[in-house]
Write a protein that binds this ligand. Structure first.
Ligand SMILES: *[C@@H]1O[C@H](CO)[C@@H](O)[C@H](O)[C@H]1NC(C)=O
Ligand SMILES: *[C@@H]1O[C@H](CO)[C@@H](O)[C@H](O)[C@H]1NC(C)=O
Length: 301
């Protein structure tokens, strides 16, 4: 049974990849009518997305206040670098972002790479002071003075994904050689959060959202519209075409996988996962979460 499940999972991934490939290589048919409508709608959508961002940031701020999380970057170089070890820098476009595998950040980096190569892409907004901090892509490589200056003036972005989906991602990406999903989860729970791998460490512990006041909280599953919105708000030209992101194509596969893999776990394991990810659930709201809806919500009351 388990073997069959695995075969089915692999097959469905294969099919999705094939469909995606075909889709990518089919020329787009532009519908001029829908283009017009799109323009009329885009102002409305823009405001809605802005509102959504404000709600997410409000929730995050209230989490930071409630849990008394520190909002100070450590003063020593070593501790500051350690804290910011997941933070990446794009000096041309003035972005700081938290890099956690499987959250959509891979697509984001491809987009940044494309934009950096294009010479016609420059920031529209006047940057308060033009300063050259250096060329490293890791924020942890800069000195504390530069870190703080960048954290003040750059646009800061965090990519978030529902915890259980991150676990599935880690499992599917070969981080559990030879283990069943249930064994993999048991291994994670026994290892605790101190030694957890970056793939399943809670985002709050990796991205320090109470120290880094993110301008954007981008949710996996909605990457396309949210990234486009953030590009415009960050002052990039409107002509920028945001490519289709992976999340819109794997949504149904993951939804199916989530159902199957959730069933494999014992109630005790699910409860322990709720505890393991309690800060992520308190800091962020995810559009869809089986773990939250079916287990954690009753635990939190
Ligand atoms: C930090 O780095 C910047 C840029 O390289 C440099 O100008 C500055 O002097 C450094 N500050 C300290 C305190 O080392
Ligand atoms: C973390 O891993 C190291 C080496 O693998 C081990 O020595 C240490 O005891 C572990 N810490 C915890 C809290 O599990």
């Amino acid at each position: 049974m388990r073997f069959l499940t695995r075969v089915f999972i692999l097959l469905s991934f294969g099919c999705i990849s094939l469909l995606w490939f075909l889709w990518r290589h089919t020329p787009l048919i532009q519908d001029s009518l829908s283009m017009k409508e799109e323009r009329a709608n885009s102002a409305l959508i823009f405001d809605t997305l802005l509102h959504v961002q404000q709600l997410r940031k409000k929730m995050l701020r209230s989490f930071c206040n409630k849990h008394g999380k520190t909002n100070q970057l450590p003063h020593t170089q070593q501790k500051a670098s350690q804290t910011l070890s997941s933070m990446m820098v794009n000096n041309k476009l003035h972005f700081l972002y938290c890099k956690i595998p499987g959250t959509g950040v891979e697509d984001w980096e491809k987009l940044l790479e494309m934009l950096v190569e294009r010479e016609d892409v420059t920031l529209h907004m006047p940057v308060p002071y033009q300063r050259q901090f250096g060329t490293s892509k890791m924020l942890s490589h800069y000195n504390v003075t530069s870190m703080e200056a960048m954290m003040k003036s750059y646009t800061k972005v965090i990519f978030i994904r529902e915890p259980f989906q991150r676990l599935i991602y880690a499992y599917m990406h070969g981080l559990a050689e030879g283990l069943t999903f249930q064994e993999f989860i048991q291994y994670i729970l026994e290892g605790g959060s101190m030694n957890a791998s970056v793939e399943w460490t809670p985002l709050v512990s990796l991205c320090h959202p109470c120290i880094i006041l993110y301008d954007y909280i981008v949710v996996f599953g909605l990457l396309g519209s949210e990234v486009h919105h953030l590009m415009l708000r960050a002052g990039l030209p409107e002509s920028i075409q945001v490519p289709e992101f992976i999340d819109s194509k794997i949504r149904w596969t993951y939804s199916w996988l989530e159902d199957q893999m959730f069933k494999e776990l014992s109630l005790e394991q699910k409860k322990q996962l709720c505890r393991f990810f309690r800060f992520d659930f308190a800091a962020f709201s995810f559009p869809h979460s089986l773990l939250w809806d079916l287990t954690c919500i009753s635990e939190s009351n």
